[in-house]
Design a binder for this molecule. Structure first.
Ligand SMILES: [Mn+2]
Length: 318
């Protein structure tokens, strides 16, 4: 399959790369990192990246202008996106050929080629590995983007998805010229409004005796801090910093009234609960949607129930 991916990249003159909505550093790093790699190794090709620009990640990458007619003869590659509805820019199916490259559970196997490696820490790790197996030259710019993606999805090499291969690939990327310390610092700092939101989350967190915790962020609260739903990504890991918290949910009220639910866990697998509530994701990091306060309570009770059963699925920390 790796060989077919290379054949397709070599066969097409125009390549358009997509990633998921509300991008994180791995979405942008894998998308724009791949674009940089192709531009660097095939300077004659036209490579474009598309999606909505997000201000908080403008230091990492910017999107291109892509016209509808660009798709007519294009190869389209989508990175870091498990499900078709989450792809940013719905013209992804307007090209001649479609390739999915991802590391999330393959619940929506779209694309003419669907390359999914759930053992990879990040899409950026997969892209780097593909580049090495294609014998491509890496560039400083591509290395910076891909390294940033890996740092983002591993929480600076902290999360269980960090493997020895992740570290080998990161070590290889570090041989290129870019300010890796500045990237880590950038990704470990937050704005004053986020600091205040974090303080609110710690203050308002509800927790049971087993360390199952939740907090609700209403539109009113977000407005008071001058923040939006997208900003809550910065505090999603915060409850987990408390030693006695095991599993947690953050209910973020949306302008339309429903709740975006961010689910995280240290050991107990929680993505089956996300799937029950219009969501999905990784075993220990999932997202869902809830359509009432009562459903929020149901989700919290389902998380609590994980600790009342004798045998529940856990993910080992290797
Ligand atoms: Mn990712």
């Amino acid at each position: 399959m790796i060989k077919q991916i290379l054949e397709k990249i070599e066969a097409y003159h125009i390549i358009i790369i997509h990633r998921h909505q509300r991008p994180d550093p791995d979405a942008l790093g894998s998308q724009v990192g791949l674009a940089e790699l192709i531009r660097h190794n095939y300077p004659e090709k036209i490579v474009k990246v598309t999606g909505t620009d997000v201000p908080n990640l403008s230091w990492l990458a910017q999107m291109d202008q892509v016209a509808d007619q660009d798709y007519e003869a294009a190869l389209v590659i989508v990175t870091d996106t498990a499900n078709r509805p989450r792809i940013d820019d719905d013209r992804y199916d307007q090209g001649q050929y479609l390739i999915k490259i991802d590391h999330h559970p393959n619940e929506d196997p779209y694309g003419d080629i669907c390359y999914v490696d759930t053992t990879a820490s990040s899409a950026s790790e997969i892209i780097t590995q593909l580049a090495l197996s294609f014998d491509w030259q890496l560039s400083d710019t591509a290395a910076r983007l891909l390294y940033t993606g890996i740092v983002g999805d591993t929480g600076r090499f902290l999360y269980p998805a960090t493997t020895s291969r992740t570290l080998e690939i990161a070590a290889h990327l570090r041989t290129y010229e870019f300010d890796f310390a500045a990237i880590s610092r950038q990704m470990d700092s937050f704005s004053l409004p986020i600091a205040k939101l974090q303080s609110y989350v710690f203050d308002q967190l509800q927790m049971d005796a087993n360390g199952v915790a939740y907090v609700t962020l209403t539109q009113e609260t977000l407005k008071a801090f001058g923040l939006t739903d997208a900003d809550t990504a910065a505090i999603v890991g915060s409850p987990g910093k408390i030693d006695c918290v095991q599993t947690w949910a953050i209910f973020v009220e949306q302008p339309e009234g429903h709740y975006r639910v961010r689910l995280r866990s240290k050991e107990k697998v929680i993505n089956q609960i996300a799937k029950l509530h219009d969501g999905g994701g990784h075993p220990l990091a999932s997202g869902a949607n809830s359509y009432s306060l009562a459903e929020n309570q149901t989700i919290y009770q389902e998380l609590q129930a994980l600790f009342q059963e004798k045998e529940t699925k856990t993910l080992s920390k290797d």
